[in-house]
Design a protein around this ligand. Sequence first.
Ligand code: PLP
Length: 382
Amino acid sequence: MTDIFGFDRQIDRGSLPGEKWGRYAGRDVLPLWVADMDFAAPPAVIGAVQARVAHGVFGYTQPWPSLVEAVVDAVERDHGWRIEPDWLVWLPGVVSGFNIACRAVGEPGDEVFTATPVYPPFLSAPANSERRLVSRPLELAGGRWGWNRAAVEEAIGPRTRLFMLCNPHNPVGRVFDRDELGWIADLAERRDLVICSDEIHCGLVLDDGLPHLPIAALDERVARRTITLMAPSKTWNIASLYCALAIIPDPALRRRFRDAMRGIVPHVNLLGLVACEAAYRDGGPWREALLEVLRANRARVAAAVADMPGLASVPPEATYLAWIDCRGAGLEHPAAFFEAGGVGLSDGAPFGAPGFVRLNFGCPPATLAEALARMQRALRGR
Ligand SMILES: Cc1ncc(COP(=O)(O)O)c(C=O)c1O
């Protein structure tokens, strides 16, 4: 395939302070940690942002009709879910969204459920709102991460009010299927839970046979109790433009969510909104090409990890993140060990799983090949 979007190009990010490569400035460490990619954003997005910057006036701005239309159309086109413009609440980030959800649901002292391992801000969000975190581990069975349904049912008590779901899942990479989502929806109905579903990775499904299903799209009953969080940031690699949205069909729940935001959550910045419209409306060809690159990188990671003594990983169904079990390798601190070997990975401990690391393969194949070779050398050189 010709690389028309430049996914093979190694762009120098080392000179940029304060970001992924900046952490290792002056050191020979390849950064495969924080969840952004080393690719330039789609030309359609860059062009839209450049045109808006060229205008030169950056006054207060509200989301506008063609932007809302681009989002509504994209959610239907990509996920088969027809949403109403009224259901949208614009946010400066998905992390803000699930923290607001914790504040908006229940009372201080109530419980929030989530499954581990998970993106670390899930684990700190309940305490930010004086809620208590209740968690149970996902389990690896038959080569696939999934739910221990009995353990989850047992963990949810009378004070549990919110179920925080991450789908597609960071870090295990699962795209939860209709049966799993149906069980969560039914559980929420039986126990009267609100679901906050973080679907930020929904544009990054790597397997055609496993479509992303927004849990709120299952039926109207679950839609009424669900806050769905989406953003263009992961798929189109525009994380620092900070633009996200909550989709909340139920007016009363939406009102509670907005009440919890009032006075403390800023409006989305103008360039984030501009990029969002361009990404959702015109970013399709770039996304398709990206997914090809990520599939090939996923296969490289799988092959390399299979050859690393004591390491194990299940290839993710979505995301550009590989979740690697290092417990068989006898490493006291796997992330520190690989960093000393020249590769910066995310430590599993903050995700609730010490002994694991997360590897970000959203980078040019040459960067990935060098990082995997360094990991292999580090393990062999012990
Ligand atoms: C599951 C998940 N949610 C949220 C975020 C971050 O969202 P935001 O930057 O919009 O706050 C990430 C980033 O890695 C993520 O993986």
